[in-house]
Write a protein that binds this ligand. Structure first.
Ligand code: GLA
Length: 582
């Protein structure tokens, strides 16, 4: 058995100075069949540690559940890290930020308005305790002190940017220790103002999160923590994208110089991200600093290892820097080989609006959480006594209005819209998209849907029918799909609908789905939700992990919300994440 400790100046592995060269890989953003490959490539870059968050809302999609198999098998992920001869850092939250839906907090928890958020409120603490006990059951036996890879365990995440409830932090510490954590506990915070003090406790090791001006940031950290190893717990070498912005990239040489400065200063580092992966399904978060900005599907992050697991110029630049300071394996991963381009065409389609079952909720228009579903699309219906101006206090996040199935307009939270003119007559239906829960700041934990009261010409509209669009299985859509009328590819398809295509493959292999001519929606390959697409960009292709493809016939299902100018979708030779700033 080994031990890991905080020394006066260094981390100590079995009493010897140990420099943490870590890279972030979120197992929940990578297909599980590809975990070993990504970990191996981290080792080849010269890293000795893998860091991951744990997303509570993914493991607990509904109250009382804790799912930890398949793509959520945290134990297996940590075992693969150990198999690669590497160490692991676990950051279980309960809040993780990470551009992840609700910062990882389960939406069901806050349907009870008395439950606090990231505080010592008892209802919140009770839920946190139950979640943490499940995570700790997987992590504790995998600590280095018990022959496993785990060397450090994080308490909360950048808590100083949110609050300073020390009782809450103490609860997390006590719970971790009581459950058997005996590796060092640490906190990470931005090196500004009082965040480092507010987000930590005297007994916890403090680290910083930053991506530039490293030496200045390390000095700031040192002033607040006179002894102990310096560590940048999130070295931001890239950044995420929101819909409607350019694709963020950072210069490989400039990032490498920053990494060099950190290593020369003797600091330990966790590269955020080493490999970003994908916000599959409806897992993306959003930012809201006065303007709501949902995060795109790709979490490539301009990281050293691309979204599809190939080394970039940054990978080689980082490897060279690490090699200046530490031994690096001689083996180098192969760059991406182009995949052959091909085209598939949808041949049948099923309507969405008639496929949703709703239930009556008396009174004020309810948030979507009343359906017991916490992500994706919902349908609202109400009887309106006539036409006029229909308004809400807020639309979270995007509402498409229909009258007897005919589109009459869209209200978008991103644009601050909350009122629409509805013509008289006909049955109104509203298809509502939760575009991703805010993951940073004071809006985490908020409800989704049409925020009431709903007013028609100033008079409240009550008694709404509401239901979730069930995309867990596409069986109902498959069963109701009808062949598209004959027509050229340019005849397109009308939404909201789910359209189906089949394509043949020689076997598993990565692909990049290009939805040129399609407007907005989500795509499924063999039933797996690849995530959202939007003509708005910047992202132009969706990553299809190779293991999802099988030999022979494969199914593509496209939920298009508006309409497409084509019935075809292309598989591109490589990823296209859109224009960058240059
Ligand atoms: C902070 C958070 C991370 C992530 C980054 C930005 O550092 O701790 O979870 O959100 O910002 O990518």
């Amino acid at each position: 058995m080994s031990n890991f400790a905080i020394g006066d100046q260094d981390f100590l592995l079995d009493d010897q100075p140990f420099r943490i060269l870590s890279g972030a890989i979120h197992y929940f953003r990578v297909h599980p069949d590809l975990w070993a490959d990504r970990i191996h490539k981290a080792r080849l870059m010269g890293l000795n540690t893998i860091e991951t968050y744990v997303p509570w809302n993914e493991h607990s999609p509904v109250p009382g559940a804790f799912v930890a198999d398949g793509g959520l098998d945290l134990g297996r992920f940590l075992d693969l890290v150990a198999d690669a001869g590497m160490r692991a850092i676990v950051r279980p939250g309960p809040y993780i930020c990470a551009e992840w839906d609700n910062g990882g907090l389960p939406a069901w928890l806050f349907t009870d308005p008395t439950v606090g958020v990231r505080s010592s409120e008892p209802g919140y603490l009770a839920a946190v305790t139950s979640y943490m006990e499940s995570v700790l059951a997987l992590v504790v036996p995998r600590q280095i002190t018990r022959g496993g890879p785990v060397i450090m365990f994080q308490i909360e995440n950048e808590y100083g940017a949110y609050g300073k409830d020390k009782e809450y932090l103490q609860h997390l510490v006590d719970l971790s220790k009581r459950s058997g954590v005996d590796v060092p506990l640490f906190t990470c915070d931005q090196p500004f103002g009082t965040m480092i003090e507010d987000g930590s406790l005297p007994e916890l090791h403090k680290t910083g999160t930053f991506g530039s001006r490293s030496l200045e940031r390390l000095d700031f950290l040192r002033e607040r923590q006179p002894t102990g190893p310096l560590m940048c717990a999130e070295f931001w070498n890239g950044w995420f994208d929101n819909w409607g912005t350019h694709h963020h990239t950072t210069d490989a040489a400039a990032s490498a110089a920053e990494l060099d400065a950190l290593l020369t200063a003797g600091a330990s580092v966790n590269i955020y991200m080493f490999h970003g992966g994908t916000n599959f399904g409806f897992s993306n978060g959003a930012n809201d600093k006065g303007i709501y900005e949902p995060t795109i599907t790709s979490y490539d992050y301009d990281a050293p290892l691309s979204e599809d697991g190939h080394p970039t110029a940054k990978y080689f630049a980082f490897r060279d820097v690490i090699a200046k300071h530490f031994p690096v394996p001689a083996e180098v991963p192969a760059p991406r080989a182009p995949v052959p381009a091909s085209v598939a065409a949808v041949s049948s389609t099923a309507p969405v609006l008639t496929a949703v079952s709703t239930s009556l909720v008396r009174g004020t228009v309810p948030p979507v959480e009343v359906t017991g579903h916490y992500r994706g699309f919902y349908l609202y219906e109400a009887s309106l006594p006539g036409g006029g101006v229909l308004s809400f206090t807020e639309v979270r996040d995007r509402a498409q209005f229909f009258l007897d199935g005919v589109p009459v307009g869209v209200l978008s939270r991103e644009l601050g819209e909350r009122s629409i003119v509805i013509p008289a007559g006909g049955r109104p239906q509203i298809l509502l998209e939760d575009q991703g829960r805010v993951n940073y700041g004071q809006r985490i934990g908020e409800a989704k849907g049409l925020m009431g009261p709903a007013l028609l010409n100033g008079v409240e509209v009550v008694d709404w029918e509401v239901g979730a669009v069930d995309l867990g299985s596409l069986e109902a859509f498959r069963a109701s799909a009808v062949a598209l009328p004959r027509g050229a590819a340019s005849a397109g398809v009308a939404g909201p609908s789910v359209s189906f295509a089949t394509f043949d493959a020689a076997g598993p292999g990565d692909r990049f789905l290009r939805l040129e001519g399609w407007t907005k929606g989500v795509v499924f390959v063999n039933g797996f939700n690849l995530g959202r697409y939007w003509s708005r960009g910047p992202q132009r292709t969706l990553y299809v992990p190779g293991p999802l493809i099988r030999e022979g016939a494969n199914e593509l299902a496209i939920l298009e919300l508006h309409g497409s100018a084509t019935r075809e979708v292309g598989f591109a030779v490589g990823p296209d994440l859109g224009p960058d700033e240059k």
